[in-house]
Design a protein around this ligand. Structure first.
Ligand SMILES: [Zn+2]
Length: 323
């Protein structure tokens, strides 16, 4: 979820209308005020929905099994492998926008209807301890991707964004691994072409589904909002239980993006909104219990990293002992 920032004080910037904000990378005609991640507590000044009771992101815990959720159906997504994407640095994130094609859709998985994919974008930290917007049981991940859809009963995302159940966002958490995510490399290698705010480039043949984790039947569901102004409470949220992974060098490509701050261009990092109260909302899960194999998959990367560190320390210890 995104917008723009220019050279002015934080309080002033939230009051002055300059550029249309974007939500999850989507243009919005309703909101025209500046906002930034250094002033999330001021968002509600210009965007009253940001202080609503159904805001996102949240810490996912205490969830309840819902057997009605079922598995998602992804229709026509093979076409994204031959589609062009516009990859943009909008000052808040890197967003890859699909050409609108009604033949591409996501349904089932407990979604209230058929949803058209619009774009995907990222939220990340300055180091691997922070970055994701959603937490799972108190754990924050270094990166979160949002695949944004709008309900097919609306002609476009602008019309859908402030309607109940108007948007469906699929959230994917990422771990940093020793291994490069090869299928995602086409996107991450293109980031060097959009280093500065407002830069745009084109990506060809990108497999959107490859950005989702392998264990797609396992996910969490709750009703929430855009995590950027105007914070409309129109989002059917899905967060996959299993993380995907990228390498440290791929993460660094995101952190090398720049945006226009109050004192000139700075690295675009820590573009995540703080956790919001769950209030009286319920969080559901599509499964009774995570399979052990999947739980190990996320942990395996950590184990690999830990072993590498242990091995390096052993080498250093031996080298030290020789002298
Ligand atoms: Zn987002």
């Amino acid at each position: 979820m995104t917008g723009h920032r220019r050279a002015m004080g934080p309080t002033l910037s939230i009051l002055v209308a300059i550029i249309g904000a974007t939500l999850c990378g989507a243009p919005t005609h309703a909101a025209k005020k500046h906002w930034g991640y250094h002033e999330t507590n001021l968002w509600s000044t210009g965007y009253p929905d940001c202080k609503g009771e159904n805001q996102s992101p949240i810490d996912i815990k205490g969830e309840e099994y819902n057997p009605k959720l079922g598995e998602f159906k992804f229709n026509g997504y093979f076409k994204t492998q031959t589609m062009e994407f516009h990859l943009t640095n909008n000052g808040h994130t890197a967003v890859a926008t699909l050409d609108p094609r009604p033949s591409l859709s996501t349904q089932a998985g407990g979604l209230p209807g058929v949803y058209i994919p619009h774009s995907l974008h990222f939220h990340w930290g300055g180091d691997r301890r922070t970055g994701s917007e959603h937490f799972i049981n108190g754990k924050q991940y270094p990166l979160e991707m949002h695949l944004v859809h709008y309900h097919s009963s609306y002609p476009n995302i602008s019309m859908a964004q402030n309607q109940p159940h108007g948007l469906a966002v699929l959230g994917v958490l990422f771990e940093v691994s020793e291994t490069k995510n090869k299928v995602a490399e086409v996107l991450f290698s293109a980031l060097s072409a959009i280093k500065n705010q407002h830069d745009v480039t084109t990506i060809k043949s990108f497999d959107v589904l490859s950005m989702l984790p392998a264990d797609r039947p396992y996910f969490y569901r709750y009703q929430g909002s855009l995590t950027t102004p105007p914070c409309y409470e129109s989002v059917v949220w899905t967060v996959f239980a299993s993380p995907n992974y990228i390498s440290a060098s791929q993460m660094d490509k995101l952190r090398a993006l720049m945006h226009e701050g109050e004192h000139g261009a700075t690295n675009l990092i820590n573009n995540y909104r703080p956790l919001q109260d769950i209030g009286t909302r319920k969080i559901y899960k599509s499964f009774k219990k995570l399979p052990e194999k999947m739980s190990l998959k996320g942990a395996a990367d950590h184990v690999t990293v830990m072993w590498a560190v242990a091995a390096a320390m052993t080498v250093i210890a031996f080298a030290g002992a020789k002298h």
